[in-house]
Write a protein that binds this ligand. Structure first.
Ligand code: DGL
Length: 290
């Protein structure tokens, strides 16, 4: 693993045993940062590894079998290296397929991220709910089952966007796309007919909240956007408890790991630092199939 420190940062992987947990937050790319930020708020004392499997990005294009194998393989390596007490799979596309595989293979707890269909159904006034996700998540039986279980009385509009996760990555890396491109991707979310119109959009890909201010500004009418990250953070504290009193997080013990050797832009480096991730490492794990 190549560890690359920003000025002043000192990462020492051979730390003394600590009373605070190590939490691994995992995604295909930068979307999981939206979950990381919320988890950090509820467990500011913890040690974090944020892992982006950017060699596999975007997961939305991978078959279920390839994705399951990929995530288990990468997780094997990450767990071996960082020995986390808990893993947050901050990716709907992965969680809707791989959680059973991960729980079978490893004994530590996994918190998944799945489409917030139940809260969306509880929030809507018009009954018109949109679930905005990757094509992979939209195609999952898991997603259909959630709709059947929790939103049977709603008109559910499933929108699978091919480009939005990449657009969110570009935004954070300092290359935002023009409004027209974003509008084209979000347009199918807004449904209107004689019965009513969409009033809730569930952001069922962790990348999408990175674009929330722009989505809100460009929406043809106001809707409630549901970001599941705060609920995921609550689940983390249910499993590992509240912060250990008297322990301050040392952000230099917290690191971001990328699986491709592609390198990151200065803008992204700045964004990671702003989010509390000054240490960036590369753990090369090329995706061999896909
Ligand atoms: N962030 C991921 C999710 O929540 C998906 C992005 C991708 O296609 O890799 O679904």
């Amino acid at each position: 693993m190549r560890v690359d420190l920003l000025a002043g940062a000192t990462y020492n992987p051979a730390v003394m045993p600590s009373p605070v947990p190590t939490i691994l937050v995992f995604d295909s790319g930068l979307g999981g940062l939206t979950v990381f930020s919320e988890v950090l708020k509820v467990r500011p004392d913890a040690r974090y590894v944020y892992a982006a499997d950017d060699a596999g990005f975007p997961y939305g294009r991978l078959s279920e079998a390839v994705l399951a194998e990929r995530v288990v393989t990468v997780m094997e390596r990450l767990i071996g290296l960082h020995d986390p007490d808990l893993v947050v799979v901050a990716c709907n596309t992965a969680s809707t397929v791989v959680l059973p595989h991960l729980r079978e293979r490893f004994s530590i707890p996994f918190v998944g991220t799945v489409p917030a269909i139940k809260p969306a159904a509880q929030t809507t006034q018009t009954g018109y709910v949109t679930v905005l996700a990757t094509p992979g998540t939209v195609a999952r039986d898991y997603t259909r089952d959630l709709i059947e279980a929790y939103a049977a009385g709603c008109k559910v509009n499933l929108v699978g966007s091919r480009r939005l996760a990449g657009i969110a990555e570009a935004e954070l890396a300092g290359s935002p796309v023009p409004d027209e491109e974003l509008v084209a991707e979000m347009q199918p979310c807004f449904v209107q007919d004689e019965g009513g119109r969409t009033d809730v959009v569930a952001l069922a890909c962790t990348h999408y909240p990175l674009l929330l201010p722009r989505l809100q500004a460009l929406a043809p009418w106001p809707v409630t956007w549901i970001d599941p990250a705060p609920a995921i953070a609550r689940r983390v504290t249910q499993l590992i408890g509240q912060p250990v009193p008297g322990h301050e997080a040392d952000e230099n013990e917290t690191m971001a790991v990328f699986t491709s050797g592609a390198g990151i832009s200065a803008a992204l480096r700045g964004a990671l630092q702003d989010k509390g991730l000054p240490v960036v490492a590369v753990e090369d794990m090329p995706l061999l199939v896909g």
